[in-house]
Every structure is written in C-alpha cells, then in structure tokens.
Design a protein around this ligand. Structure first.
Ligand SMILES: *Cc1c(COP(=O)(O)O)cnc(C)c1O
Length: 410
C-alpha cells in the first residue's frame, strides 16, 4: 500500500476532524520517523510535545512491555503496586505533595477546574454555583464542552453550544486586565505559561510572577497548564520555573509518558487536593498500573538523560541560528528552549506551504494558526541533527522551493 491508499482509508472511514500533512508514518526512533514509502524525516513536532523523550525510547518501551505482561488495569476499586511508586517519584521530581492521575490533558484540566470550584466553595464566601475562573484569550486547554466554553477560537466553539458558564477571559500577558477581573467569586486563574497552540507565545517578563502575586493577594488558585510547556520543553522542568513561580496547581500530560501511553496529572498540595473525597471524581483508567510504570520510566529518562539541560542549550542554539536567517518572510522567531515559533509575515501567504516544503526536504513541522511554524523536536535531539535541520530550513525560509510566494514583498 502506498501513501495515497492509507490517506484514502483515513478519509473514507475516519471523521475529518484533522487536516494532517499527507505523510503516513510507520516507524519512529528518537527524533526520526519513517513513512510507508521508506522516506525518513526529522520530527519537529514531537506529537505536540508528547514525545519529548524521542520516539519509541527503548527504556520506556521496555517498561511498557514488562508491565503489559504483568498487570494492566485494576480500576481504582482496588489498589495496584505501581501507582504509589510513580506518585512518589512525581512528588520528588516536581516538589508537589500530591497528584491526581487522569489520562488525557483535557481530563486533567477538567479535574483542575472541578477542584478549584470545590476549593472555592469550601473556603466560604462564594455562593453556590457562582464560582468564577479567570482564563486567557487565545488559550488552548483541550476539547471538552467545558473547556471550549472558555476558548476564544471561534472554530472550537461553533456549533457546540450550549456552553458551561463560570469563566472570564482576559488578554494573555496583561496584568492590569487580570487585576480588574478578580471578583469576590473568583476561585482560580488558569494559564498556559507559554501559549503553545496559539503560536508559541511567551508572556512579557515578570507576568507570571506578578500574576501569581495577584492570585495570592486575592486568595485564588494560580493554576498552570503545562501539558505542552512542561517537562523540559522550555529548557526548564516547568516553564513557570523561568520566573521562579510555583503554581498552586500544576497540570501536566503529554510527555509525562513519553508518547507511549496517555497519562496526565493534576499536582497540588495535600490541602488543596483534599477537596476530593471518595466518590467525588474518578476515571476507570486513571492511575492504572500500565500508565504508572510507563510514566515512571519516562520521568527517569527525562532526568537521567539530561533532556531538560539539552533543551535549554540546544534551544538557544537553534533559536540563534533561526534568527540569523535573513528571510524576507519571517516576522519573528520566539520561544524558550526547544519550544520555538517562527511567525511569518502575512504576505508570505500562510505557514502551510512552508511546512509542506519542509516535508519534501525531510522535516516534519506543522503550522499552528495560520502564520506560525512551530519547531519542537524531541529533546533527545543533538546539535548535529539541528544543523541537519537548519540546512533544510534555511532555503525554505528564503523561499527557495517550488510554489514559494513571490519574493517581491512590501
Ligand atoms: C494538548 C494540550 C491539552 C489537551 O491535551 P489532550 O491530551 O489532547 O486532551 C491541554 N492543554 C494544553 C496546553 C495542551 O497543549
């Protein structure tokens, strides 16, 4: 079967809720993937930062196989011998006292929202059903009804109402608007410390620190969604670490399991997480032994292979080299660590055709929103592999490809 045959199957039998590049991947190892026609590509997306440890990391795969042959699921009706060990490692890595385990990122965000509301009611002062959570414009926190209820992206919402109330939107990076948004009913502020899906937007320096201070002043929870920015992607364990901010609630997922299994978590103090009583919340697969064994090994790989330091060092290198390309199309190169966005000028006619050109050169990138190319390779990447990538990125950003927009730009 050729690429076109697989595309045909997807299109015939699958809902069309994505518009992927037409590359059909059959195998992956580290930063490299191979398609069904034997072409090799350097993956610059890392499954939206879920495969920070690289594709099919041997240690994580081994942990998966060993646990899969031993015990996979008990449900939380019983205990298993993997969850506690993973939770203990997670606490010592992150400095949070406790965690609640879920599967997907969206579920973890939902969990945090439920927790914040209940925490607010239990503290007193917020009348029943009046809790408010402040969120940022251009956020991405997942795709459930409640989460899209506070999205500002029209397409994420169109046709999916009625929506969940209780959210107030403020511009990202704007402290004055945040301060003005607090009310007596505010229970939490939910923010991505670096907005990923909106196009890798880093807030102004000091924003997170002052936002945290405002939350303390108003006695509301500062909740960071680090599902994409966390676990080394930005060159620190958490993007909040760049400003030495410790959120009250930390939400992680994606790379928590190195792309081998869906695992997410809400981290907080024992005091905050204690709002959940038996029966309040749950998930059949949440905290299952297979997930815990895989995620535990994925955490160890992150630390023992110095992937966070690698992200910081090679991220600086990659960004500097990208900035040095004298492209007539590039508006801005931004990011932290190996979490990089290249914003193209609108005259460039959209990032999609640049991503398609990069694909033909052996680099897999995906446009995010219309005009941004995101570069977020697995954190196991080497400098030589970045140089290999740059040798292909440079001509594309200079417009040296078939179908490139005319260089006569305003
Ligand atoms: C991907 C992502 C989510 C949603 O995670 P899913 O596993 O796709 O549900 C939530 N928040 C952020 C910041 C993300 O990048």
């Amino acid at each position: 079967m050729l690429t076109q045959d697989y595309v045909q199957l997807d299109e015939t039998y699958g809902a069309h809720n994505y518009k992927p590049l037409n590359v059909v991947i059959t195998q992956g190892q580290g930063v490299w993937v191979t398609d069904v026609e034997g072409r090799r590509y350097l993956d610059c997306l890392s499954a939206y930062s879920a495969v920070n440890q690289g594709h099919c990391h041997p240690r994580i795969v081994q942990a998966l196989i060993a646990q899969a042959q031993t015990l996979t699921l008990t449900s939380r009706a019983f205990r298993n011998d993997q969850m506690g060990l993973f939770l203990q490692d997670l606490a010592s890595l992150t400095g949070y006292e406790m965690a609640l385990l879920m599967n997907t990122g969206a579920e973890a965000v939902e969990t945090a929202v439920k927790m914040a509301r209940k925490w607010g009611y239990q503290r007193g002062g917020v009348p029943e059903d009046q809790a408010e959570i402040i969120v940022c414009a251009d956020n991405f926190h997942g795709r459930t009804i409640s989460i899209i209820s506070f999205s500002t992206e029209p397409q994420y919402r169109a046709g999916f109402g009625p929506f969940t109330p209780g959210f107030k939107v403020v511009p990202f990076g704007d402290l004055r608007s945040l301060e003005a948004a607090f009310s007596a009913n505010t229970v939490a502020f939910l923010v991505e410390p670096i907005q990923g899906e909106s196009g890798v937007h880093v807030p102004p320096a000091g924003y997170l620190k002052w936002a945290k201070a405002l939350c303390e002043e108003h006695d509301v929870l500062f909740m960071a969604d680090e599902i994409q920015s966390g676990l080394g992607r930005s060159g620190k364990l958490f993007a909040c670490d760049h400003e030495n901010v410790k959120p009250d609630v930390m939400i992680i997922g994606k790379a928590l399991s190195g792309g081998c299994y869906p695992v997410s978590a809400v981290l907080a103090s024992a005091d905050i997480l204690s709002v959940f009583r038996p029966g309040d919340h749950g998930s059949t697969y949440g905290g299952n032994p297979l997930a815990c064994a895989v995620a535990r090994e994925a955490m160890k790989v992150l630390v023992e292979e110095n992937l966070i330091e690698n992200s910081a060092r090679l991220g600086d290198y990659f960004q500097a080299k990208l900035r040095a390309i004298a492209s007539p199309f590039v508006q801005e190169v931004r990011g932290k660590g190996l979490f990089i966005g290249v914003e193209l000028k609108h005259e460039a006619g959209g990032a999609r055709r640049f991503c398609e050109a990069l694909m033909r050169q052996g680099l897999l990138c995906k446009e995010t929103h219309e005009h941004v190319i995101r570069f977020a390779p697995p954190l196991v990447i080497t400098q030589a592999e970045i140089d290999w990538a740059l040798a292909r990125i440079e001509p594309v950003l200079l417009g040296q490809f078939e179908g490139a927009p005319a260089l006569a730009l305003a």
